[in-house]
Design a protein around this ligand. Structure first.
Ligand code: SAM
Length: 348
């Protein structure tokens, strides 16, 4: 089977894994640093100052990242997402993104951001060729925003969201991690916003990821329950194209709705059979499944003065090791999650 993968990559027919999934989507965590300290990313102690961060020399340099992306695009990767940590806090990030925008055959560059710096960067992102944006927003209440993120800057974030719209991102997607007892009383408010504005709201099931996640069976809420809760606003009409929007199943709240609603259900209705993703963590590890800690060390390969062929081989090894599914439900029943990687380094 590895021969099939190698042959297909040489013919530029795409990267196909052992379970016939075509891998076309690479997510880069540009840095583990962030200007927020969200409660599911860091512990209380870490919030109060003892958060260990990667040293500069542990991060892949921009030159290394550009080289990997060029090789990956040549092998069949067509979609790239910049994430983190907060991608926009890395020094000189705009220059890096501008260079990404010049890579031949790379026409789909996306970003996931907390919007804190979007007022400053949204126009430049559009000019550099970033074509889609996801913004993380777990509450519409300024006080609660400060509690969840550790920073009192809701208004700045809201201005960033507005700026993303006027800069030309369409749609602007807002990702809400749903946590029972923490923000589930706002499910209907978010749904209403997707009906009355062009914003696309996406509810994400809370996942047991990372050493710091405060996930437990009580805070977790399934997409089915979320749908029941927002049914008070009326019927959810499946959007034309259905699952065309990545892992989200997409709906409209009535025929007249201006925006859409998406449900991302990695736990209750996992989409592993259609997963097309490969992740590169901020310390240069290739991770083929968000919810499995197995990683392939690309940074060491890069720093041993490798050839492009060796980068290709390392990408192929990571893809070959991509598990069939995350089996999170089974693992939770047995011993609990064994996914200890840090979300800020993996990139979500
Ligand atoms: N700083 C950027 C941001 O805030 O969008 C990108 C990094 S953040 C780690 C990426 C995404 O992962 C965010 O949408 C965040 O809400 C989500 N996330 C983090 N931990 C999660 C968890 N345990 N379950 C579900 N989503 C999570």
């Amino acid at each position: 089977m590895s021969e099939i993968i190698e042959n297909s990559s040489k013919n530029h027919d795409g990267l196909v894994d052992l379970f016939s999934r075509t891998i076309s989507y690479l997510r880069l965590s540009l840095t583990d640093r962030c200007n927020l300290k969200c409660m599911y990313c860091v512990t209380e102690d870490e919030r109060n100052g003892c958060l260990t961060k990667l040293n500069q020399d542990e991060l892949l340099t921009y030159e290394e990242l550009l080289r990997v992306v060029r090789v990956a695009v040549d092998m069949g990767i067509s979609k790239l997402r910049l994430t983190g940590g907060e991608p926009l806090v890395r020094k000189n990030v705009m220059h890096f993104i501008e260079q990404l925008g010049t890579i031949k055959n790379l026409h789909d560059i996306r970003i996931t951001t907390n919007a804190v710096l979007l007022e400053q960067y949204a126009d430049q992102l559009v000019a550099a060729g970033v074509n889609k944006i996801n913004i993380s927003l777990d509450t519409l209440k300024p006080e609660r925003f400060a509690q969840i993120t550790g920073v009192d800057c809701f208004e700045k974030v809201w201005r960033g969201i507005e700026k993303a719209r006027t800069a030309g991102f369409s749609p602007v997607k807002l990702n809400m991690v749903v946590m029972r007892g923490i923000n589930d009383d706002e499910l209907v408010d978010f749904a209403r916003m997707s009906r009355d504005t062009s914003l696309q709201v996406r509810y994400i099931e809370f996942m047991p990821v990372g050493v710091s996640s405060r996930w437990d069976k009580n805070t977790y809420m399934s997409s089915d329950e979320i749908k029941e809760r927002i049914a008070v606003l009326g019927e959810l009409i499946p959007d034309v194209g259905g699952r065309a929007d990545g892992p989200a199943s997409v709906f409209r709240l009535g025929e007249e709705a201006k925006g859409k609603l998406g449900f991302i259900s990695p736990i209750s209705h996992h989409f592993c059979d259609k997963c097309n993703r490969l992740r590169l963590t901020s310390e240069g590890m290739l991770r083929s499944c968000l919810l499995h800690d197995d990683e392939t060390d690309l940074r060491s390969v890069l720093r041993q003065g490798c050839s492009d062929e060796e980068i290709q081989q390392t990408l192929l090894t990571a893809i070959r090791n991509k598990p069939k599914g995350h089996q999170m439900e089974e693992r939770l029943k047995e011993t609990g999650s064994d996914c200890h990687g840090r979300m800020s380094r993996i990139g979500g």
